[in-house]
Design a protein around this ligand. Sequence first.
Ligand code: FAD
Ligand code: SF4
Length: 511
Amino acid sequence: YNTLRLILGDQLNRNHSWFSTTCDETLYVLMEVRTETDYTWHHIQKIAAFFCAMRGFANYLKESGHQVRYFRLSDADNLQDIPKNCGQLIKEHHIKKFEYLLPDEYRVDEILKNFCDEAGIETSFADTEHFYTHRSELAEFFKYKEKGYLMESFYRYMRKKHNILMKGDEPLTGQWNYDHDNRKKLPAGHKPVNPLVFDNDVSDIVDEILSHQIVTIGSVDKKHLIWPVNREQALELLAFFCNECLSLFGTFQDAMMPGEWSVYHSRLSFCLNTKMISPHEVIASAIKAWEGNKQGIAYNQLEGFVRQILGWREYMRGIYWLKMPEFETLNFLEHNRRLPAWYWTGETRMNCLRDAIKQSLQFAYAHHIQRLMVTGNFALLAGILPDDVDQWYLGIYIDAIHWVELTNTRGMSQFADGGLVGTKPYVSSANYINNMSHYCTTCYYDPKKRTGDKACPFNSLYWNFYDRHRAKLEFNPRIGMAYKTWDKMDAETKSGILLQADIYLENLEKI
Ligand code: FAD
Ligand code: SF4
């Protein structure tokens, strides 16, 4: 072979221009390696789904006439490391040129840059041809624009630039944001659509993972992996979302109900993050579904969905490349308490947390509001070390890849960036969770109580959070109200709440 081309596990884009012609002189390589399985504790479904999708992708390339070398975890000549395996192939086949696709992870980007520096042969890289934006586009957009990094400004720029839901320079309906119409609680007795799940047999992969004694989180039904592992399944899930979920996506975007693990969410994040499907085709399909069924799909549902992908997803990618590597060390609020052990088991009396954690262990999935306003909210209120919080989120979710996990966790959820991503900390008392979910009615704790027996921990921890961070947060214009309310409480009430919070913080493991 003349050229070696590396494809990473999250670069499974069949439509990439690399694959438009075949060449016997080009060898493609994909690999399952311990450096990737071991850099954090991953959910077992996440490793299984990645490896299964990678194996399928390698087979697809072979069937399309490409030359492919695939390293399985158990292959005797697998050196369990990306540069080492590449180096070995270069030597073995006297390869003259090494090419790779730009990684989305800073860590891997550094590894490949170093490898190229030392490879001693010609090297080059290409874009993954997946995202709407290139790595530094957000940085360029905000450079001369305004002080902060407001997602809404970036999103509007993206809508205009790509002419999505626009009429000339104006939004199609004259209105940019429909958040106000969305975010309703599920009515009692409402049964959300049954999620479409797949039935992939990954027994061989799971057995290999176990035989290598890789440390994993969560459970898997190895004969019936529910996640899509190829482009056909990804497209099926996309069609299911457009036909069955989009019409209520926005309305119930923030709603939570015990036992309902995906409500009307798309669960497309894994297919998107592995690049089996592109954000362009997801958005085009949603718009097409809306155009074909305007009676059944109101515009606010569509806009809410487009905003997540064209707005939030591209925005987080831009923030990542703008702020790495510093971003992963930020700890604005100086939180340092360790993550309670029950985050890894779900064994807590708090119904909302128990349900969100148990379903995460079972499905490797929780939807955005469970991540942000239940598990994330609690970790922030309790002052957990952001490194611990990151480790948990990076491992447990099927879609957890550093660029999108870190920015969401450390940025949006833990306010460790001091307000770069979110303009204020996403914290709430039990009131929000009670308004948006059906968790509280069957909880051991009482959402209305701030102190005393069975008082919901969210309530006292909420005020404790604001009280202890007064110096850093008081002058944030979006937070002022909280301090006004706090200051109006009499001294005895305040000290009772703070005492209750201390009791919970000292007994976090048993809460
Ligand atoms: P839907 O609700 O159906 O949304 C559609 C798509 O929009 C998603 O598939 C996703 O690609 C995109 N999207 C929505 N919100 C965001 C967001 N905030 N940032 C980036 N993309 C978004 N997302 C990940 O892909 N990987 C992660 O590791 C991850 N970690 C998170 C950690 C925390 C603490 C929080 C609060 C959010 C995290 N998110 C992460 C963002 C979001 O929660 C998930 O993308 C979403 O829940 C995936 O489920 P879905 O495909 O059903 O999404
Ligand atoms: Fe969660 Fe508190 Fe409601 Fe229980 S009462 S479900 S702990 S918010």
